[in-house]
Design a protein around this ligand. Structure first.
Ligand code: K7E
Ligand code: CUA
Length: 663
């Protein structure tokens, strides 16, 4: 009988520590082991075998459990920062446990964090307004961690909003959103937020073409007036903010630009954007014209955009750009002639655009193709330098010959989308229609060496530090669009499914499922946990921007200051009271509450609400909030702490009185 030792468990039995071999080839052996036990030690082993039997767990299940179980008090090894899709917020997940650690309020109000309920975060959310609209949702697609020399440095996270063309900056010192920039040129974006290797720029590329600045133009003028655009948002590392003044953009042809990635190492200074709908189909189904989906799938080739951003930066700073909607834009006549923007064919309906860790290649998938295409960055650079082109597109942009620009193609399967990498020269491509992860070598472009079935319809894929210059290997996560029979049914809207895959063994192994119940995530990134060093408490008086607020309140200096119909309340919070705890104003007064938490102890959070006024802020230790509103409802309103902070939490309350105007 061959008993394969799976794991040695140290079992404490009546004072003795005994190592027990657990796990057998099959249940039969498990039962034998269980029944054959005569000594006292086997009780523990028997109970484990029994447990396996009772829960119908195979040896593989137990192995997966042991690889992912993180006992109480122990920490995960990695963080995942996942786009929260239509929730507009970021999900933070621990790996390998696949436990949800936090939801960072970004584009969408998040009431626990008091994100968007009357405090300073309202001003950050307002930075993302477009026109007269207070936009309070997002379709978040691609989170990107800041990089130094092409490696994640754990300082910032950038995310995009496809639906309203915005980019946000999250500071990983406190996991809080600090800034939003609204794209002035495009209505939708997609290829963002991708960073250059030293986070010089955060790239945001439009998705659906429209006249730049979103002006009206009839669809009949599509070719003349509609355009794509890539904004290079300049990131000021010192300030931790995007500098709008130093940002600029590239005008792009009205193809539907899709994913983007920045070159690194050998290809540093370059950026790549794939596109589809080079047919420029606009539909017209009511007039009997083909829908966009078929109109956009006619050509055999669409175009990969190859961009020399270092040269573009020089030209823009040299005054070669035109100002549109307040943004410096390098137009196609300049960028095409200067070798800044060059096209090369990509097979049918491409998706995904991923630069390999060595920076030598760009991998593009194809939704309607069975290949991934591997472009050679050095060859393309040479072709552009030598001006070796095979023609021009309808906008005068030079086109390189496909055959001369590529290093090879790999037959992957039905619907390859995105590709990530490990530390051994392997690429992992998500294959949507086939629902598999395809592992292949990006060194010799052979057929996939292995395919792993996932459940179901994998979209994006992520790997541990998988798109840096030094991936970790170890884990891949399949981000599946469907979960079908994986979880308890919850009605017709199903959760998404993240499946953790172990890639450190001979074969890929499915280790765990995680339902994503709050929206459809697109891309995510996984970073080594020790690279993230968040604050535990704030310095007393720190506001939402991370600065010492000028109106922070010291203990003993609480007061109410009236100035005409303006009332300023300088308030503090500490276990378990607010000072002052009675505030009376007149109907119609403009009230500002400057509220400082005087707490300095870890995890001692208070909240503050005034009932019926749609106000709720979170006061982490040391946090300061400024809450401004109009006292437009006369009446009597309790205000109270919304976080169970102490034994006398329920007593942490007071009254906000609004005296009616004399009528
Ligand atoms: Cu969902 Cu990156 Cu927006 Cu592919 S994209 S899946
Ligand atoms: Cu403070 Cu509850």
């Amino acid at each position: 009988m061959r008993v394969r030792t799976l794991v040695a468990l140290a079992v404490v039995t009546t004072g003795a520590v005994t190592a027990l071999a657990v796990g057998c080839e099959n249940k039969h052996e498990a039962n034998q082991q269980q029944q054959g036990g005569g000594s006292g030690n086997l009780g523990a082993s028997a109970s484990l075998a029994e447990l396996m039997k009772a829960r119908n767990l195979s040896e593989a299940d137990v192995e997966a459990a042991l690889k992912t179980y993180v006992p109480t008090g122990k920490m995960d090894e990695y963080y995942i920062f996942a786009s929260g899709g239509q929730s507009g917020n970021v999900d933070v997940i621990g790996v390998p446990s696949m436990r949800l650690l936090k939801v960072i309020g970004v584009f969408t109000p998040e009431s626990w964090q008091g994100w968007g309920f009357g405090g300073d975060s309202d001003k950050i959310l307002d930075q993302g307004n477009q026109g007269p609209h207070k936009i309070r949702w997002a379709d978040m697609h691609h989170p990107n961690l800041s990089e130094t020399k092409g490696d994640y440095d754990g300082e910032y996270l950038f995310v995009n909003d496809k639906a309203n063309a915005r980019v946000a900056v999250v500071d990983l010192k406190d996991f809080q959103t600090k800034q939003m920039v609204a794209n002035p040129l495009a209505a939708s974006d997609h290829g963002g937020a991708f960073v250059t290797p030293n986070t010089e720029y955060v790239i945001e590329t439009s998705q659906y073409p429209a006249p730049l600045g979103r002006e009206y133009a009839p669809l009949g003028q599509f070719k003349e007036k509609y355009r794509g655009v890539a904004i290079f948002w300049k990131f000021d590392r010192q300030k931790g903010r995007i500098d709008k003044e130093k940002s600029w953009a590239l005008e792009l042809p009205p193809y539907t630009q899709d994913l983007a990635d920045a070159g690194k190492l050998d290809s540093d200074g370059w950026a790549y954007i794939n596109s589809f709908n080079s047919e420029m189909a606009v539909g017209g189904t009511l007039e009997g014209k083909p829908p966009i989906e078929s109109g956009a799938s006619q050509n055999d080739m669409d175009y990969l955009h190859v961009i020399n951003w270092k040269k573009a930066e020089e030209l823009v700073n040299g005054g070669k750009a035109k100002t549109i909607a307040g943004m410096r834009v390098l137009t196609m006549d300049v960028s095409g002639a200067e070798g800044v923007l060059t096209l090369v064919g990509e097979p049918k309906s491409p998706h995904g655009c991923d630069v390999t860790p060595d920076g030598k290649h760009v991998v593009v998938g194809g939704k309607l193709d069975t290949h991934t295409t591997i472009y050679d960055a050095a060859k393309m650079k040479q072709l552009i330098e030598q001006k070796k082109f095979e023609g021009k597109d309808g906008f005068g942009l030079p086109i390189m010959a496909f055959k001369e620009a590529i290093a090879g193609q790999v037959e992957i399967g039905l619907g390859p989308l995105h590709t990530v990498f490990d530390d051994k020269g392997n690429a992992y491509t998500s294959v949507f229609i086939e629902s598999v992860v395809a592992k292949w070598s990006y060194k010799d472009y052979k057929k996939p060496v292995e395919k792993l079935k996932v459940q179901y319809n994998i979209g994006h894929i992520l790997a541990a530090e998988g798109d840096t210059v030094s991936p970790d290997g170890k884990y891949v996560v399949a981000m599946n669009k469907m979960s079908m029979d994986r979880f308890l049914p919850v009605g017709p809207l199903y959760p998404q499914n993240f499946q953790l895959v172990g890639i450190d063994g001979e074969k890929m192994r499915l280790l765990a499922d995680m339902p994503l119940p709050n929206a459809e995530p697109h891309y995510s990134q996984m970073i080594k946990a020790d690279k993230i060093k968040p604050l535990k408490v704030y310095k007393v008086g720190t506001n939402a921007l991370g600065e010492a607020d000028p109106t922070r309140v010291e203990g003993g200096k609480e007061r109410v200051v009236r100035n005409g119909n303006k009332v300023e309340v300088f308030m503090t919070a500490i276990r378990s009271h607010f000072t002052p705890d009675q505030v009376e104003v007149e109907e119609g007064d403009e009230v500002t509450i400057h509220l400082t938490s005087l707490e300095t102890a870890e995890d001692q959070t208070h909240g503050f609400t005034i009932d019926m006024y749609n106000i709720n802020v979170s006061l982490e230790p040391g946090k300061h909030e400024n809450i401004t509103f109009k006292a437009d409802m006369p009446g009597t309103y309790p205000m109270y702490c919304t976080e169970f902070c102490s034994a006398l939490h329920l007593e942490m309350t007071g009254y906000f009185l609004v005296k009616p105007k004399k009528r």
